[in-house]
Design a binder for this molecule. Structure first.
Ligand code: SAH
Ligand code: F3S
Length: 478
């Protein structure tokens, strides 16, 4: 079986590369919603199905199998998927042989109910059951329903080498943990993705080695909570206490993992996401400061700036502890960008509590952020025990206030780069102009500059001359 790289699509001026296997005759169309982890999981699914004779296609009408990797984080995310299923329905009329599978968090949440609710769906597969896809496909080819939503305490897909989908050939995701043990009261993830497990560093290194050999230049290490990464031979973290002394002595934590990858691959750069404030420790900050090739950006969700609210959310830190962490980040890595996730209108949020979120934002002045109105999720502790009592119009107004403040801070942070020369990894052609490259600096800020004789994947120095609210504009320094 030989793999060849094929340029299969020009999308917004970008050449997107997807790996194809010659001789594979069946076609799969995979669509992903939600977080980066879902994007990476779809690449794992593609790898599993490539072995079953499938190649990816960008044309749904010709697909034998359409898979949608779903997100449950907010109600709206689920509605988006339901809308897509309507589209699949229309296509199935032209292509009646097409099978439809639902993957990911919605599959896990709704289980077999999905088959009843959405007649178009043939197959329901939760995030830990992708290895079972070949069997499940056999089931549906023989006319049976196929559902596997068993969550695992071990599965990390460590030995699956993902087939990169819609890749720019420069940056890739590598998952290092799966699941989450934090049980934030608003969040459905622990229910849909199961218990937290860390992946063997050997298999992480093997995947990065492979990317390195294929000339990838940037890896983002992924997990719901990367800073709690801990490898001591496998299994759940709670068992670490009982692990053998050897396992404890040779355990690898997140700071060590960062150190290992940064040292081993000096020509690649590394990002990671997401950091939970309760687990981001000084070792990680010092490791970031030590290595030029660990990008100076931390995604550090706060959710709320008020300690009582953080308690109701079951976030394991106070406002003050978070601010101390921010001070430490600035002291140890002065040029570090920090981004946030914030939820407004969570159960019982008062105006005072909302103001605390605004004042915390004023203190931190985040580089960018993702802001949401609280959306109650079935099965969570909040849904069971806490009334979703902030009226929608108030949620909307508060959301608007934090978005406006974030825009101001983003502009402030972006402007600060004007006049500086920054190192940029070229990741593609600018969306707006074929004559310009786009890339990002270490702080994750997007930079566009005129093309000369550089190529995709080069690292160049760019003098920043101007900016829009979120993009820097510059010229290459010779
Ligand atoms: N640790 C995770 C967080 C996943 S959810 C990660 O890797 O990113 C991403 C963000 O969605 C959360 O930080 C939170 O701000 C938001 N979110 C989660 N549940 C939500 C809900 N029920 N309503 C609104 N926003 C929510
Ligand atoms: Fe969700 Fe909290 Fe984990 S936001 S993913 S339960 S850290």
């Amino acid at each position: 079986m030989s793999t060849e790289k094929t340029i299969i699509e020009k999308h917004q001026g970008q050449s997107l590369i997807t790996e194809q296997v010659t001789g594979n005759t069946k076609k799969m169309y995979i669509e992903s919603f939600g977080c980066q982890m879902n994007m990476n999981d779809s690449e794992i699914v593609a790898a599993i199905l490539t072995k079953e004779g499938y190649n990816t296609t960008q044309i749904m009408e010709e697909a034998d199998l359409v898979l949608v990797n779903t997100c449950s984080i907010r109600e709206k995310a689920e509605q988006t998927v339901r809308k897509r299923l309507e589209k699949y329905n229309a296509i199935k009329r032209i292509n009646p042989g097409m099978k439809v599978g639902v993957l990911g968090c919605m599959a896990e949440r709704l289980k077999a109910k999905f088959l009843e609710e959405e007649k178009i769906v043939d197959l329901v597969v939760g995030p830990d059951a992708y290895r079972d896809l070949p069997n499940l496909l056999k089931e549906i080819s023989e006319g049976r329903d196929a559902v596997n939503v068993i969550l695992s305490t071990e599965e990390t897909y460590g030995d699956v080498s993902p087939v990169r989908l819609n890749s720019n050939g420069v940056s890739a995701f590598v998952s290092i943990t799966r699941g989450c043990d934090n049980m934030c009261t608003f969040c459905v993830v622990p229910f849909t993705r199961g218990r937290e497990r860390s992946r063997d560093p050997e298999s992480i290194l093997k995947e990065i080695q492979d990317l390195h050999e294929r000339n990838f230049k940037e890896v983002t290490l992924l997990g719901q909570n990367v800073d709690s990464y801990l490898w001591y031979g496998g299994g759940l973290k709670k068992n670490f206490k009982n692990a053998s002394d050897i396992a404890k002595a040779t355990a690898v934590g997140f700071a060590q993992l960062l150190d290992i990858v940064a040292l081993k691959y000096p020509t690649m750069r590394f990002r990671f996401s997401t950091s939970n404030p309760q687990d981001l420790n000084l070792d990680v900050l010092h490791t970031m400061a030590k290595h030029k090739n660990i990008c100076k950006h931390i995604h550090l969700p706060i959710q709320s700036g008020n300690t009582d609210m953080l308690k109701r959310m079951n976030r394991a830190h106070t406002r003050e502890e978070y601010l101390t962490l921010i001070d430490n980040v600035h002291a140890i890595i002065p040029d570090c960008a920090i981004s946030q996730d914030i939820i407004v209108g969570f159960c019982g949020e008062t105006e005072e509590e909302h103001k605390d979120t605004l004042s915390l934002m004023e203190y931190v002045k985040y580089d960018f952020g993702f802001m949401f109105a609280y959306s109650e999720r079935p099965g969570t502790l909040a849904a069971k025990k806490m009334p979703d009592d902030v009226p929608n119009d108030i949620k909307k107004r508060r959301l608007n206030e934090i978005i406006q403040l974030q825009l101001k801070h983003s502009a402030y942070r972006t402007k600060a780069f004007i006049g500086q020369t920054v190192e940029v990894l070229i990741e593609g052609t600018s969306k707006k102009s074929d004559a310009h490259w786009k890339g990002r600096n270490s702080q994750n800020c997007v930079i566009v500059f005129p093309k000369d004789n550089e190529k995709l994947g080069d690292t160049v120095h760019v003098l920043i001359e101007d900016c829009t609210s979120a993009t820097l504009i510059g010229v290459k320094k010779q």
